[in-house]
Design a protein. Structure first.
Length: 223
């Protein structure tokens, strides 16, 4: 079932669109916190985003840019200002299509179907993970918090992905070493310790102190 994230400031339009798409078999989530769209995006993992241009605090262009930093999921702009400037701006920022208000729900669903067919006939959207207001993209090997971003090495990326996939549970050092052995590099105890230390330093640089906890004699934990 395809998941669609509706980012629309008008609650009436948001409910109408969400209800209509659910009737067509889509799983739909409406944005609730317009100051923290990326955390909701990462938690929901949508296949497509319906994004209004006029939003509180930050407009749709801002969130389009942020989404494009971590995902290739199709973005369909919804706007009452469908002039040439906004159309060109939306496309230049990574949007896939645009629909003008007021719109027919049948036309909207046709555009949604076309974008999904185009995007997922050959693959799936890049996935991201959220930890508080930290956004992590395994595909890009990068973590981001607000405007700050840190690139990860291959080993750091695998460590963080393994820990987040097992969030709340202790991951043993042996498990992490096996995961790192998937690379062509020789991994020993000291190599793992160094990589964890470097990953921690990058996370601390984003204000995420103590995100990775050491459980002595057992392993590591992201609570």
């Amino acid at each position: 079932m395809y998941q669609i994230f509706v980012v629309e400031d008008d609650p009436i339009i948001a409910r109408q669109v969400a209800g209509y798409l659910r009737d067509w078999g889509y799983q739909v989530q409406e944005a609730r916190d317009f100051d923290n769209i990326m955390a909701e995006f990462a938690a929901f993992q949508p296949h497509l985003v319906l994004l209004d241009l006029k939003l509180p605090k930050y407009n749709g262009f801002h969130w389009c840019r942020e989404i494009r930093k971590v995902s290739t999921a199709p973005i369909l702009f919804i706007t009452s200002a469908a002039d040439n400037f906004n159309i060109v701006s939306a496309m230049n920022m990574g949007a896939d299509d645009l629909i003008a208000k007021p719109f027919d729900l049948h036309v909207l669903s046709a555009k949604v179907e076309a974008l999904l067919r185009r995007a997922y006939g050959y693959g799936a959207a890049a996935q991201v993970m959220a930890y508080g207001d930290l956004i992590y993209s395994p595909a890009d090997a990068a973590v981001q918090k607000g405007e700050e971003r840190a690139e990860l090495t291959r080993n750091e990326n695998r460590i963080l992905q393994t820990l987040l996939e097992s969030r709340g549970a202790i991951v043993s050092r042996d498990t992490l070493m096996v995961r790192l052995w998937e690379s062509d590099s020789y991994i020993d105890e000291n190599t793992l310790t160094v990589n964890v230390a470097r990953l921690r330093k990058k996370l601390e640089g984003l204000g995420m102190d103590n995100m990775i906890q050491t459980k002595k004699g057992m392993g590591y934990l992201i609570p």
